[in-house]
Ligand binder design. Structure first.
Ligand SMILES: Cc1cc2nc3c(=O)[nH]c(=O)nc-3n(C[C@H](O)[C@H](O)[C@H](O)COP(=O)(O)OP(=O)(O)OC[C@H]3O[C@@H](n4cnc5c(N)ncnc54)[C@H](O)[C@@H]3O)c2cc1C
Length: 389
């Protein structure tokens, strides 16, 4: 099958890019190993910048779908805490939305734009002719005999932080200590006490974020040192108990058979940044570069990165990605996201160090305005970033 563009991965980056390129009149194929709706390890926090991109690009994910957030509580293990208000202006506040709903809505928008969607197909590798990437080999997840080739002058890797396409065609720079990520939706009896609030609990080497997930559930999400997951033989609930201690009030209720309350784990979460090494391909979203997860900016960057590529291809009229186009895109990407990534790394360092966190939270009593601005800027720096386009 021949297309203008083949995109691997239908997360926020892949689906958004597919829609924007289809609107430019390009024949786009979008492939994902999963079938949607699907869950994903994520805090499900969508920043104000993300909502404004969604609105501007008319991706049919209205803000009313999300649980609005007005306030972030930051708490240290010693019990010190600070409250940070996002904005008095509702349009400048973040809102939480489950990844099952969010990603499925973006994929539906891609379908409506005319994108050929292949769910349940895993990309196994890229195809090359004369050393130039010009397609992808995909395998039916339910039938290993079900092999297909998709040909296109442009391939986009939007297959997330563990991108196999990127590993085969680019180079990745990793930094910081790898942690294990988790998420679980838990039912909440008292919905009103959580309305409008996200709580970020710092801990030694990790964090736990709690956020409304809609329909009477809270989303419990965070990262912990990987050793706990190893000690617990891969059982995330046990690993979190080891990490927080058996009496921690943050521990969720006992494991449940309800699929909505299942644990989702990501065994390796590390900061990374990619570079293109071969023509014919572009990386987008987490495959291009990640941001400290606890700031909840990954999806904003995925959407903005997709818009950046669509705009670059529209402006240049390019049908493929040569080295010059890749360099231009990389430069724009690093320029746009360098500061948010650096600010987020600081926020991560503070939240994962109880002593540092206590020191910062002490200042909230002394210079409340300054310390709240610092916390807010570190947490949600992309709120003010220049968006591409
Ligand atoms: C613990 C944690 C908490 C986070 N919390 C937040 C948050 O609150 N807010 C926020 O904005 N961001 C958060 N993030 C980051 C966010 O999840 C990512 O930045 C975002 O999902 C990136 O989108 P993407 O489209 O690039 O990739 P993904 O969403 O990872 O999508 C990639 C897609 O590619 C598919 N795929 C993978 N390999 C293949 C293959 N070989 N063939 C076919 N398909 C494939 C996958 O099935 C998946 O659907 C968090 C991350 C972590 C680890």
């Amino acid at each position: 099958m021949t297309h203008d563009v083949v995109i691997i991965g239908a997360g926020p980056a892949g689906s958004t890019l597919a829609t924007l390129l289809a609107r430019q009149g390009r024949q786009v194929a979008l492939v994902d190993a999963a079938r949607f709706p699907r869950q994903k390890v994520c805090g499900e926090y969508l920043s104000a910048a993300a909502w404004s991109i969604l609105e501007r690009l008319q991706l049919d994910v209205p803000r009313t779908l999300g649980a609005p957030l007005a306030e972030m509580i930051v708490r240290s293990p010693s019990g010190r805490e600070a409250s940070v208000r996002y904005s008095d202006e509702p349009a400048l506040c973040p809102a939480a939305l489950g990844r099952d709903v969010f990603d499925a809505r973006l994929l539906a928008a891609a379908r409506r734009a005319g994108v050929t969607v292949l769910e349940g197909f895993r990309a196994r590798g890229v195809l090359r002719t004369g050393g130039i990437i010009n397609g992808v080999e995909i395998i039916d997840v339910a039938d290993s005999e079900g092999r297909r080739e998709l040909h296109a002058p442009l391939v986009v890797a939007a297959d997330g932080r563990r991108s196999t396409v990127l590993q085969a065609t680019g180079s990745v720079h990793r930094s910081g200590t790898a942690t294990a990520g988790f998420k679980r939706h838990v039912p909440v009896a008292d919905r009103t006490s959580w309305a409008g609030r996200i709580a970020m609990h710092g801990a030694a080497g990790g964090y736990v974020g709690i956020c409304p997930a809609g329909d009477g559930y809270l989303n419990l999400c965070g990262t912990i040192p990987r050793t706990y997951l190893q000690q617990a033989h891969g059982r995330m609930g046990d690993a979190l108990r080891l990490f927080l201690g058996p009496d921690s009030p943050l521990l969720p209720p006992a494991d449940s058979d309800d699929p909505r309350e299942a644990w989702h784990a990501m065994p390796e979460v590390v900061q990374q940044r990619s570079r293109h090494r071969e023509p014919g391909i572009l990386f987008v979203g987490d495959a291009m570069g990640t941001i400290e997860p606890l700031t909840g900016q990954g999806m904003t960057m995925a959407l903005a990165g997709a818009e950046m590529i669509a705009e670059l291809l529209r402006a240049t009229g390019a049908r493929t990605a040569d080295a010059a186009l890749q360099r231009r895109y990389e430069a724009q990407w690093f320029r746009t996201f360098r500061r948010p990534i650096a600010a987020a790394a600081w926020f991560g360092r503070i939240l994962r160090s109880p002593r540092l966190l206590d020191a910062v939270l002490l200042t909230t009593g002394v210079v409340p305005r300054l310390s709240q601005t610092v916390l807010l800027r570190a947490h949600d720096r992309t709120l003010t970033m220049p968006i591409a386009g």
